[in-house]
Each structure stands twice: as C-alpha cells, then as structure tokens.
Design a protein around this ligand. Sequence first.
Ligand code: ADP
Ligand code: ASP
Ligand code: MG
Length: 413
Amino acid sequence: MQIKRKNKLIVQKYGGSSVANPEKIEKAAKRVIAYAKRRNRVVVVISAMGDTTDDLVELAKQINPLPSEREMDMLMSTGEQISSALLAMAIHKRGVKAISFTGAQVGIITDTDHTQAKILKIETDRIKRELTKGKIVIVAGFQGLSTALEITTLGRGGSDLSAVALAVALNADVCEIYTDVDGIYTTDPRIEPGARKLKYITFDEMLELASRGAQVMHTRAVEVAKKFNIPLHVRGSFSKKEGTIIMEKPPVIEEPVVRGVTLADSEAKITLSEVPDKPGIAASIFTILARKSVNVDMIVQNVSHKRYTDISFTVPKKDLKKAIKISRQMSRSIKAGAVTSDETIAKVSIVGVGMKSHSGVAAKCFSLLAKNRINIDMISTSEISISCVVKKDAGKKAVKVLHKGFKLDKIKT
Ligand code: ADP
Ligand code: ASP
Ligand code: MG
C-alpha cells in the first residue's frame, strides 16, 4: 500500500499564455489554491502575461535600437512582477494567504551576464519563512539579482529555469510546469495536429528537443533538472489530464527509436568561400566567433578543390550581423574569398534514445526527405539525434514527412 505523505512541497510554474488575461490568472489562482487546500506547501513561479516580454522588447527598440543590456533587464523583468502581484491579489480575493516576490527579494543570485544570466545560488530562507506562515509563495520567474546587485534576466523562456532551480534549492517533492499544451508531444501540435502526447520522455531526449527548437521547455531548465535528477511534470494549465513526465529512466521496457521531431527557424547560414585548406584555419575562425559569444551550431566543410574549400556554418539569426562582420574580417586576414549568408533556412531534427541501438535511422530520414523532394543542405548528428538544414519554406512539410515516416502518429505512449 502506498502511504500518502501530506504536506508536500510543490513548485508550480505557469507560463505566459496560461496567465495571459485576468480570467486566466483567476483560473491559475483557483488551481494553486486547490493544491494548497490539500495541505501542500505551494511555491508558484509565474511568467509575464501573454506577449508582455515581446512587447517590452519592441518598446525598447522604438526608443533605442541598441539598448544597454542592463536596462533591458530592468525593463523585461517588470513583466513577471506584474503577473505575480496580480496572482497574489486573485488568491487574496478568495481568502487565502499568499505573497508575491521578485527574484531579487527571494535571493535568486546570478552572475552579471545581463539578459543571459546564470543562477549561482538561491537563498531560500525568506521563502521558507513565508511557507511556514501558511502562505502561498509566488515568485516572479525569469529574473534574479546579480552579484553586482543588479537585476538580471535568465534568457528568453527562463521562467522554466527559475522553477526548476527553486525546486532544487527547496528540495521540492514535485515540480510542475503548466503550459498551453497538455504535455510534451511527438512534435509541435501547432505544426502537426496528428502529434501524440507522450507519457514519458527522458531528460536527454527533452534536452535535444529543447535545444533543437521545441520551445515548450527551456534547455537550461532541463539541464538543471537532469543534473539534480528532479522529474518534471509538464501539463496543461486548463486541463485535469496527466501531462508528460520528464525523467532519467521512464518505466518502459523498450524505447521507441524516434520520440520526437522539431523545427527551428531561428538560425541563418554563413558561407566562407575559397578558404585555404591548411591546418589551423578552421580553429582560428571558430575561436574568434566563440570569443565574441557567437554560438555556432552546424558546421560543414566541403571537399577541397585545388587546396581551397568552402566552409558553411549556422548561427542564431540574432547574431548574424555580428557573425558576418567577424567572418569578413577573418576572410581578409586568411586570404579567403567572399562571405555570403542565407536566412531562408530551417532545421528539422529527429530525436530518440533508441537511435543508439538501431542502425539505418539516418538513411531512412534522408530517403523520406528525398522522396518528398526536400533538399538537404547541411546535416549534423549526435548519439540520439539527426538534424538536417532545409529551405525554410520546406520546414513544416519536412516535419510532417518525418513524423509520419517514423510512425510517430501511431506511437504508443
Ligand atoms: P509557456 O508560455 O507556457 O512557457 P511556450 O510558448 O514557451 O509556453 O511553450 C509551449 C508551446 O511549445 C506550445 O504551444 C507548442 O506550440 C510549442 N511546442 C513546440 N514543440 C512542442 C512539443 N514537442 N510538445 C509540446 N509543445 C511544443
Ligand atoms: N517572460 C519571459 C519570456 O517571454 C520568460 C518566460 O516566459 O519564461 O521569455
Ligand atoms: Mg516557455
């Protein structure tokens, strides 16, 4: 018999679309209260309402196209402050004790890397004190206080990370991520309506899906959950159904070969032509890009003709201008040829731990795309994933073709 332990400590995170308007905030409040009434201690991490963060970024651009990152953090962190105060008010209205805090107030201490800060530690005393007083504690997601006493943010989508980090620091019994879909699907259900909800997914698969474009979970949040082995329950804010458990070892006997397909169109391709084919050239190009914090993803070097070769690589679109500038400088200094770029690309990936023990997955992936006349521009693989760069306008079709081809619409979950 399972003994039910009362007084669990639950961390719940509500995403932006789940608190997009006052009605939704009221619904979230009711849900939080229901958990608290079952004698659980509840810590809620909340995102900014709907598109608030995007709107704030847009507003900043209207004032200054190159705003300082410190001021961007001052601005962007306000979104979560609004939603957390409103949630506290909605809970108070129902006669239940709650208190909202900014990240700084509850001691979420980060480094000084504005707009991409890393959490260094969390001082949990204040939260614990308020929980002991019987209050629901609401924490504004996505933000912290740097070691230089400045407000920082954790990178877009970072409220997931706030929630997981708090669950680790508080040694929570449960960490739930409430969002606008009722779990992790075999692919984005907005692209493929035949996508199936998964009951389980491993940390490694979720990491690959997240880093290859499935925005449903923040990559660093999954990294932290994996590191501390905290299972995450991703579920729908407005549904009673069980969602998806992200965990180390799901209780299934055999893993499917492919568990999910992702699409990312946030990258662009740069090609350096006529690069002298000698040792050390690639090292110097990518060292300089790394030093300037340009995150290079895929790299392809063509076979050399007459001791010259072309090198293509992908970078986030937001870094494209910077990367082109660096590449042009590089090209001049190593006596290479023209630097060109292409923003009309998309990356489709298939992910599954079963790939480790099955052969022929790459061949099947490429022939499915070929049969559907989708040209592959670049390829990269890891132990549990295969990614192909295709033309942007073929991206969604490629997702559908791979989803069906690997029978994900029929997967047992
Ligand atoms: P939140 O505001 O709750 O943080 P996000 O918008 O960041 O939510 O993430 C949820 C969205 O992620 C979904 O609406 C869905 O379109 C998208 N998504 C992409 N890939 C997947 C997937 N494999 N499973 C579920 N959702 C996915
Ligand atoms: N509001 C932030 C964003 O839109 C953080 C989050 O929602 O997780 O990126
Ligand atoms: Mg999100």
